[in-house]
Design a protein around this ligand. Structure first.
Ligand SMILES: C[S@@+](CC[C@H](N)C(=O)[O-])C[C@H]1O[C@@H](n2cnc3c(N)ncnc32)[C@H](O)[C@@H]1O
Length: 347
């Protein structure tokens, strides 16, 4: 009886946190857009408005995503604490920085400037691939400063109305279902500040975890978050510095829409190479065009508002074909709210 009461209180607490985060994010975005209009009245992004059916679909599918997250935690797929791991101090610090950064970001949006770096960062240009050295989302410093790393997670949560981590966590259920043992080596490609690895660390404590990313400052943030046991390396997903057949699992969240198509293929080839036979690859990224046709305007609006030079190509790209070109066999796909998942085992 008390167990039931506890469960229902926890479930309500989680639903209330998520509803509060959605309300906060929507209010924040409305406020930011209002202030941008005051400051730059001539600028109006050419976005498509959403039908009431699309809005309803968005709300219902977000609710299903949150329910699923709760259910998985309740059933022990991952620990329930990871649903409530928000750090208030980090939140306030990042939130203040986001507001400080808006005027510069808006200037870049209006002038469509996407190669705007401080001299310190500019001199490192040759260290990075050309497709990467830019202000993604028009954000200050692109992925190349500690300040950018400080605000990234909150920016993504605000963009997805408090459900970005929830979408990342959807890689865990198919991963656990496909594992033969809770030990092995797991690599997260383009791990960023380490959010997915943080959930995986708490869920699979016996697994040896590895993360690779091009951004030194994002890796520094990941290191603070994950401690010294996780093997983090700076490098390219398309040239993984690991031996053949080393990993039991490879994961990746939210990167393929930010890289050109030939690099996507190279990363899949590399994932295939470093996976052991029988190993699992699980990818999560944006929903694609035509997956849920009523939501197509949401996707094209994203490319209009943010600097996302490879996103329109990504929307049409057949990643299952690409995975098969790399050698993978039968691919399962899933859709949860605004994200899509590819789950495949190397034979
Ligand atoms: C949108 S963020 C996603 C980060 C993280 N996976 C997450 O879920 O938040 C994209 C990340 O991909 C990294 N990245 C982009 N291209 C890459 C490449 N070719 N190899 C390795 N990392 C890359 C960026 O530095 C950035 O951290």
């Amino acid at each position: 009886m008390f167990d039931l009461l506890d469960t229902s209180l926890e479930q309500n607490a989680y639903a209330a946190v998520k509803a509060g985060q959605a309300l906060f994010a929507l209010t924040h975005k409305r406020m930011a857009s209002q202030i941008r209009q005051w400051l730059f009245p001539a600028f109006e992004p050419q976005t498509q408005s959403l039908s009431s059916e699309a809005l309803q679909l968005l709300t219902e599918s977000r609710d299903r995503l949150i329910e699923r997250d709760w259910k998985d935690a309740r059933e022990g797929v991952y620990p329930i604490e990871i649903l409530f791991d928000n750090n208030i101090e980090e939140f306030f610090k990042a939130y203040a920085l986001i507001w400080q950064d808006y005027p510069q970001t808006w200037q870049r949006v209006i002038s469509q400037t996407y190669k705007d770096f401080s001299p310190q960062i500019q001199k490192k240009e040759k260290d990075y691939p050309q497709y990467y050295f830019r202000n993604f989302h028009f954000q200050t410093d692109g992925y190349l400063s500690e300040r950018s790393a400080e605000i990234y997670d909150l920016q993504v949560e605000l963009l997805f109305n408090g459900a970005a981590d929830v979408m990342r966590r959807r890689i865990i259920a198919p991963l656990k279902a496909g594992l033969h043992s809770d030990r092995g080596h797991l690599l997260d490609v383009a791990c960023g500040t380490g959010r997915s690895l943080q959930f995986l660390q708490k869920t699979l404590p016996k697994m040896s975890l590895y993360g690779i990313d091009l951004s030194h400052p994002y890796l520094k943030k990941a290191r603070e978050r994950l401690g010294n046991k996780v093997h983090l390396k700076q490098g390219k997903g398309e040239a993984l510095p690991y031996p053949d057949r080393f990993f039991t699992v490879v994961t990746s969240t939210f990167v393929f829409h930010e890289i050109p198509a030939p690099i996507r293929q190279q990363i899949f080839d590399e994932c295939y190479r470093v996976l052991k036979p029988g190993g699992i690859l699980i990818l999560c990224d944006s929903l694609q065009a035509g997956d849920i046709p009523k939501l197509d305007p949401v996707l094209s609006n994203f490319a209009t508002v943010f600097h996302e030079p490879y996103y329109l190509n990504y929307l049409q790209d057949n990643l299952s074909d690409r995975l098969q070109n790399s050698g993978f066999g039968k691919i399962e796909t899933q859709i949860h709210w605004l994200s899509k998942y590819w789950i495949v085992r190397k034979s």
